[in-house]
Design a protein around this ligand. Sequence first.
Ligand code: HEM
Length: 140
Amino acid sequence: MYEFIQKFHSGWAYLAIVLLVIAVVNSFLGKSSNKEFTPKDRKIALFGLIGTHTQMLIGLILYFVSPLGSASFGQMSDKALRLTSLEHPLVNVIAIVLITIGWSKHKKAVTNDAKFKSIAIFYGLGLVLILSRIPWSLWF
Ligand code: HEM
């Protein structure tokens, strides 16, 4: 069980990050070229949302089955364990909340510019937060 969830979380991370990068780049390009916000742009943002939400759900399960998750919570003097049991989960949940806020703000926005802007800012912040707390040494 642990091994399967760990491999799933490790593999899905590539997809989640690629979809998020595409959504961020697309929104910055759309905004800077004053483009119309089309159904295709909506779909790109939606895939970014779904990819990261799925990653979070797998992460939540992993947190309770991994020896590096809740089982290591409280071992704050060990940098690697502090990363996997506290910083990575916490910062990623915050990142995904921001991405979700960006998605709902874009839905309420009326102009093309405001739609691209809310995706660019909130998804962009989410991406920076996610990349800041990846356990790179475990992944590669
Ligand atoms: C978009 C969000 C996230 C991304 C991109 C992500 C990515 C990753 C990556 C690449 C690893 C290293 C995997 C490996 O060992 O090969 C990892 C490990 C881990 N992640 Fe996440 N993660 C995310 C969200 C979360 C969340 C929300 C939680 C928990 C609530 C979580 C819990 C964990 C745990 C416990 C580990 C260590 C697993 C182990 O090796 O036993 N992750 N994550």
